[in-house]
Design a protein around this ligand. Sequence first.
Ligand SMILES: [Fe+2]
Length: 383
Amino acid sequence: MKIGENIVQYNFPTVIRFGKGASDEIGPHLLSVGKKRALIVSDPGLTGLSLFEKIMSKISQQKLEGIVFSSIDKNPIEKNVLDGVEAYKQQDCDCIIGLGGGASMDVARAIALKVNHDRDLFDFDDSKGGDKYVVNDIPYFVTVPTTSGTGSEVGRSTVISDDITKQKKVLFSPELMAKRVFADPELTMELPSFITAATGMDALSHNLEAYFSKGFSPMCDGIALEGIRLIFDSIEKASSSADLESRSKMMMAALMGATAFQKGLGIVHSMAHPLSTLYDTHHGLANALMLRYGVEFNANACEDRIRNICQLIGIEPSVDCFLSHLESLNKSLDMPLNFKEAGIIDPDIDQLSKLALEDACHQCNPISVTLEDFKSIYTKALG
Ligand SMILES: [Fe+2]
């Protein structure tokens, strides 16, 4: 598409307060907009950490009442959302804080959607145009990320699974964007090496797939490129030590990846999602595993873009060099390069490929992809 030929819409994030200590502003901000009782939606893994205690103690010093809701599954289900709505209403809350990683944000955003909407939660399914039912007020909603990966703190959608079938549904509306994001890199300082590396590889996959995707968005491309540069510059140091500067760069790059991927994602995410569904593989690790193979498959269509990235990160501008660089990165981060290294023995390639084809992310891939293509790529990754 030639620039200016068609009208294109861009949606960029809400107010982001970024930097060390930004989480101190949660209480004062909510009080300043007249809120008094917040439902704090977090995951059970986080509520036991000293970091969570610190945030809670700051909030209570600031005279904002915080009611913790953490009955959240690893892959959130409808029941989590309905229980959260009940807690919000019973406790007479007037705002919602999504605190944590992707699961916390998803449930917090879905609770915000459901509080003033009586329809069935899955009536808001994006694939059925459900956003037309988002007509009532959404409670004041802010997000506080504690990982640098999904970037869902700046997102407008939430993924909730059916309680029985476990089928994932995407609920989307521009109204679901947080009113304010408190991105405080200090909150990531206690994260262990594996989580920093795996979530960071998710952020790298977002930025790379957005940059390669076939949508037209020079704004997203610019954001993705700088996100890619920040990650190559900082992910190894951030994963090997609790270094504030490199962890800050990773947090920024995660925000940038989720901003850029409104342009679209690609086959890496389509191949990663079934690994989590069938083998419970961590989402970031699944992306780290499939990234090299996805880039190789797309290389012919993205050669110029791959050269641009190489120049930006200071390596020889060629597809081969970039693929080697990705492999070295995985090795240095202790991320798997094949199924064997990921502990997946004898994977069901047919079922993985079927699910990958059903996944929506590859619709934005620069090259269209078939069931046979997915089988071939997964087979290459056997090791
Ligand atoms: Fe992702």
